[in-house]
Design a protein around this ligand. Structure first.
Ligand SMILES: Nc1ncnc2c1ncn2[C@@H]1O[C@H](COP(=O)(O)OP(=O)(O)OP(=O)(O)O)[C@@H](O)[C@H]1O
Length: 487
């Protein structure tokens, strides 16, 4: 493998990379840095933890050092935590340049961000929603001269999942110049490749690791644990207890399906005295950062998180990922389990699978081109704690209900609507009207059903009546014949 110097990077940058532990380029860096330095657009698809961030940070810094101005580069990323992580890489590698960066993410003061943007930072790292808000509401900064547009986790930015970035991306793409270098990276680019190619048209260079068919890293031990839905939590407690007992230095991420699950599980694990913190989108941004900081510094060794932590987060100490639910999409599975076994380290991922999720496991196995192995557990230990875990979870659920978690969710939904430019009251009215129409339709259907039923009953009654009359007539005839015969 070529050294960084041979890829065309200048000596000060090679030295800076070496100082932060990047001595030899990883394959994605070796493949992508030279064409980016030559001015070409780049689509880089490489496994989780393979060093994609430095594959764009290093050439951007080199280009910046040759012609420094602000705003030179815009990096878009789907989550706030990831934005800060990328900013940190720019900061450490760009230190000799006196790099000025600005992180623009939701949940934090917009005025302070606007002020920072107006000071022309060299690099802006943003989540699309908040940056688009700034572009819509202020003219104190311009992206018209930028040289680089980077989309990290590019496929996620184009997907229309629960957080749909398309409208915000449109606003941003209108604000950046057509003449630019576009760099797109992710571990899962393939199914959005055509859309991505329309963004990168400047002699685009596509690179995908070809070392093996398997989509996850070799150092990752991937297991499944077949469990009945109702006793998942007891298995979880048992797994965590086992790792705690058997390892000195351990960190675990547990992924959950919903924010509420995440919150309840964290409360429950705390009751069992496990050092855990939660991370989900219903927490205030400052709490989110604080939770992540505590986990990163190993003050808390367990992170219970929703998919907000599934992509990009780079925490080397994570040895175990537990999927408390089987991810519905193989792509989400790939990113979740990729939080461990990073940069050549070993890790294990255990996915809890109920009888209803087996098809999901098959879809995951088809996608990653690997069969998951069963993780065996001594069930008698789980049985011992079953009741206690069940009661503790129930207590936590009751406590959470008392904290109006669902109500807060409703308030957050309203806030989100306002941010999306929708009027929550109007939306509620629309919903109520829709419900009214649905109710009316239902009533109408029920009425028709009832009328049909009544008609049927009437016909039946008539039939019965006729039958009785016929029987009566027969009976009378018989009696008449009988009396005639006896007289
Ligand atoms: N050349 C290198 N030598 C040694 N370590 C490296 C090198 N490049 C990157 N790393 C380290 O590898 C880890 C993973 O890198 P990075 O976060 O960029 O991965 P990624 O490919 O973006 O992963 P994901 O798909 O999960 O976002 C980081 O801790 C980083 O410091």
């Amino acid at each position: 493998m070529a050294a960084f110097r041979e890829l065309g990077l200048v000596p000060w940058l090679v030295e800076q990379a070496r100082q932060v532990g990047l001595s030899r380029p990883t394959p994605v860096q070796a493949a992508c840095i030279p064409p980016v330095l030559q001015g070409r657009d780049c689509l880089g698809c490489a496994k989780t933890g393979s060093g994609k961030t430095a594959a764009f940070v290093l050439p951007v810094l080199q280009a910046l050092s040759e012609d420094p101005y602000g705003i030179f580069c815009l990096v878009l990323t789907p989550t706030r935590e990831l934005a800060y992580q990328i900013a940190e890489q720019f900061r450490v590698l760009g230190k000799p340049l006196g790099l000025k960066d600005c992180v623009v993410v939701g949940g934090l003061d917009m005025v302070a961000q606007a002020l920072e943007l107006s000071r022309k930072p060299h690099v802006v790292i943003a989540t699309p929603g908040r940056l688009a808000d700034h572009l819509r509401s202020s003219n104190t900064f311009s992206l018209k001269k930028l040289k680089f547009l980077v989309l990290d986790e590019a496929d996620r930015l184009l997907e229309q999942e629960c957080t749909d970035f398309t409208e915000d991306l449109e606003v941003i793409l209108e604000a950046v110049p057509a003449r630019r270098q576009t760099l797109l990276f992710s571990a899962t680019l393939t199914d959005t490749l055509n859309e991505l190619k329309s963004l990168a048209t400047n002699q685009p260079f596509f690179w995908e690791a070809s070392d093996s068919e398997v989509r996850t890293v070799d150092e990752l031990d991937q297991r499944y644990l077949l469990v009945p839905e109702t006793v998942k939590d007891a298995y979880l407690v048992h797994l965590i207890q086992t790792f705690q007992d058997e390892h000195e230095d351990w960190s675990i991420i547990v992924f959950t399906k919903t924010c509420k699950d995440c919150q309840v599980l964290n409360m429950m694990l705390r009751k069992f005295n496990f050092p855990s913190v939660a991370l989900h989108s219903m927490m205030k941004q400052r709490q989110r950062f604080a939770a992540l900081a505590k986990f990163k510094s190993s003050i808390f060794r367990i992170l219970i998180a929703t998919d907000v932590a599934a992509r990009g987060l780079d925490i080397p100490a994570v040895q175990v990922v537990i999927n408390h639910n089987t991810p519905g999409l193989p792509k989400i599975y790939i990113h979740r389990v990729g939080r461990t076994a990073r940069a050549g380290r070993h890790g294990i991922a255990i996915t809890m699978v109920t009888q209803y999720d087996i098809h999901l496991v098959h879809a995951i196995e088809d996608e990653i081109k690997l069969k998951l192995q069963e993780f065996s557990v001594e069930e008698r230990f789980v049985l011992d704690i079953l009741t206690q875990v069940y009661i503790t979870r129930r207590e936590c659920e009751i406590k959470l209900e008392g904290m109006d978690f669902d109500e807060k969710k409703e308030i957050n939904k309203r806030k989100q609507m306002i941010l999306e430019g929708k009027d929550p009251d109007l939306e509620a009215k629309r919903k109520a009207e829709l419900a009214k129409i649905k109710k009316k339709n239902k009533q109408f259907r029920e009425k028709i059903q009832q009328t049909l039923e009544e008609k049927k009953q009437l016909q039946l009654k008539k039939k019965l009546q006729k039958r009785i009359e016929r029987q009566n007539r027969l009976h009378a005839k018989e009696e008449k014949q009988h009396s005639l015969a006896s007289s």
